[in-house]
Design a protein around this ligand. Sequence first.
Ligand code: SAH
Ligand code: MG
Length: 197
Amino acid sequence: MYMNKEELEKIKKKALEEHIPIIMDDTLSVIEKTLKGKKVYSFLEIGTAVGYSAMCFSELLSENGKIDTIERDVERVAEARKNIKKVGVEDKINVLEGDAVEILPTLNNKYDVVFIDAAKGKYPFFLKEALRMIKTDGIIFADNILYKGYVMSDYNKHKQRTAVRNLREYIKEISENPNLETEILEVGDGLAISKVK
Ligand code: SAH
Ligand code: MG
């Protein structure tokens, strides 16, 4: 299907101007490399924002592959749907509107890839749901896992304390889970890659 890359660039630029935390170029290229040669028929994203990363990921799908992406902010959902149409990838991306904490338990699909990029305080919950739906040989990515370096420092006296605690909990769980092969990269704001054995 034809994808309007020029339109995608405009959307990226606008998102950056509006300080919407879209995926960083380096992070995207690590994900592209990691998924190279892998069949991706089903992709779950938690945290759509305006659809930028989902549209980038849509290029990595195998034929007839689909992305489900969840966003709770009503205005961003509308913007994402509009953007996805403009870029011409509406056949590949399904935006689910609502809080992922409520939506995830209602999903019963099997996914080749899960990309976690939403409320940091909810990462352990998102992981539990991702593990329930990920296929064997699937890959779970978590963005912003090092959160500006707070996660690996002794930093713990701030309003970000709950986020930091939950990100550390996420790292502990993926590291200790014998069914996962995990890597944590300092790319972007930190990216965790967990392959399901
Ligand atoms: N993946 C996007 C950026 C996502 S930014 C990209 O790279 O282009 C994180 C988004 O997650 C925000 O838009 C925020 O509204 C949304 N979000 C945060 N917590 C959420 C939750 N519990 N459920 C659904 N969306 C959530
Ligand atoms: Mg992010």
